[in-house]
Design a protein around this ligand. Structure first.
Ligand SMILES: Nc1ncnc2c1ncn2[C@@H]1O[C@H](COP(=O)(O)OP(=O)(O)OP(=O)(O)O)[C@@H](O)[C@H]1O
Ligand SMILES: [Mg+2]
Length: 317
């Protein structure tokens, strides 16, 4: 028995969210905000927290500074039931942070990547590969050192008999440097959203993008927002599955990460890919019923109740 079902490798940062701001920021002036929240950020953290809430044993490999924000990140992950014993601390860089200026539906964000930008394969204790059954890697464009080692990490996992999933997430540089012909054969489950997939493959349409990845992919499940998702397997017809539509969305922050959490929590149990896709759709939908990426995933009972009351799905976690 391995101690972890899932090891999440990815970025960690805090979000400093300012609400009710008196106008937009101006260089040389000072403004007041009416409200402030300091909280755990990062999409990989949402994935890890929600996979743990769904019952998987989850550990996190990420780099933080030896600072107050690093302590906050560690404590917040632990509070969500994620094992933090494999976090890597550095005294050379500070922890990453995003300042979020909230204006109604819109927000301006500034991110300092800090430690997350420098973690590479060399920093990761190789014994972690023996302790887990599955590795989920996310947000590679926020982590240039990790991205440079992506092939090495995926291949190391493959040799150790560890399955893998990858969600590239958005590329803030919009260069979309990604050799899918080399990476995708090494990934068990590829989890982009449709826009990202088109940009990663320089495609005009989703059909064109699917055609391009099909010879290389093992499994891809492409997230399509409120429409649902598309299951793509090498040598098989793509299978679209409509969402459990929520017409009263609170917000969709982290819906993709919650999809990943549901999908992979089933994948590590050996469930069929159709079941993984369906459960991903359900946990993506559940995410949209409460504020933020983890609001709906308080505990197993709450998740089961939302599934039953909002989407008429009877699940036992
Ligand atoms: N309004 C909605 N109703 C029901 N399900 C939804 C809704 N919006 C999203 N989902 C579910 O959540 C999944 C993931 O959402 P989305 O496609 O927005 O991912 P994403 O773009 O990767 O999100 P993120 O911003 O978290 O990275 C969808 O595939 C769908 O199953
Ligand atoms: Mg996403």
């Amino acid at each position: 028995m391995k101690p972890y079902d899932i090891l999440a490798i990815g970025e960690l940062n805090v979000d400093l969210i300012l609400n009710n701001i008196d106008g937009e920021p101006e260089v040389g002036k000072e403004k007041f905000a009416g409200d402030m929240i300091l909280t755990l950020g990062s999409s990989t953290a949402i994935f890890a927290a929600n996979a743990a809430a769904l019952g998987a044993k989850v550990g996190f490999v990420g780099m933080i500074g030896q600072d107050t924000l690093g302590n906050l990140i560690r404590e917040s992950l632990e509070a969500k039931g994620v094992d933090t014993s494999m976090l890597i601390e550095t005294d050379e860089h500070s922890s990453g942070a995003t300042i979020v200026l909230n204006y109604g539906e819109d927000r301006a964000m500034v991110t300092y990547q800090g430690a997350m930008a420098v973690m590479s394969f060399a920093d990761i204790d190789k014994s972690v590969f023996e302790k887990c059954r599955h590795i989920h890697i996310s947000s590679i464009f926020l982590q240039p050192a990790l991205k440079a080692d992506l092939e090495k990490i995926l291949d190391y996992a493959r040799v150790q008999g560890v399955t893998t999933s990858l969600d590239t997430q958005w590329d803030p540089t919009e260069i979309w440097d990604f050799d899918y012909t080399r990476i995708l054969p090494l990934v068990s489950v590829f989890l982009p959203n449709e826009k990202e997939l088109m940009l990663l493959t320089s495609s005009e349409t989703i059909d064109e993008a699917v055609g391009k990845i099909k010879p290389y992919v093992n499994t891809a499940i492409i997230k399509m927002g409120s429409k649902g998702s598309l299951l793509v397997r090498r040598g098989e017809e793509p299978a679209f599955l409509p969402s459990f539509l929520n017409t009263e969305v609170v917000d969709a922050i982290g819906a993709g990460d919650s999809f990943n959490a549901g999908c992979i929590s089933r994948f590590v149990k050996g469930e069929t890919l159709e079941d993984c896709q369906r459960f991903g759709n359900l946990t993506g939908a559940i995410n949209t019923t409460a504020a933020g990426g983890t609001g709906a995933f308080a505990d197993k009972k709450t998740i089961e109740e939302i599934a039953r009351n909002r989407f008429n799905q009877h699940i036992t976690l």
